[in-house]
Design a protein around this ligand. Structure first.
Ligand SMILES: [Zn+2]
Length: 101
């Protein structure tokens, strides 16, 4: 997976298609990510005690990483990620402006 926590991504599919947001969490094994403000759904909390009211909270659902494209912080364009090896480090590069991300 080429996307990391803290990256900004453009969403390519689903009801939030076209939106951009910051990646809040990733699941490397499942290749899923949670994007701020995207894929929201309302979660209804049942009252726990008698006389208490239930509440509705907005929660972000994870989405498949393949439905998001990284936005390059250098050129601001949604881009595919390339890789470059520099010493022992594996670096990500923007395919559009060729800079290291
Ligand atoms: Zn770029």
């Amino acid at each position: 997976m080429n996307i990391k926590k803290g990256d900004t991504v453009k969403i390519l599919a689903g009801k939030d298609s076209g939106k951009t947001g910051k990646v809040l969490a990733i699941d490397i094994k499942k290749e899923r990510l949670i994007v701020e403000g995207a894929n929201m759904f309302k979660k209804h909390n049942k009252p726990k005690r008698q006389g208490e009211k239930g509440s509705i909270v907005n929660v972000s659902r994870s989405m498949d990483a393949s439905n998001a494209l990284l936005i390059c912080p250098r050129c601001g364009q949604p881009t595919r990620v390339g890789h470059k090896i520099e010493g022992a480090k594996k670096l990500r590069t923007c395919k559009k402006c060729k800079s290291t991300i």
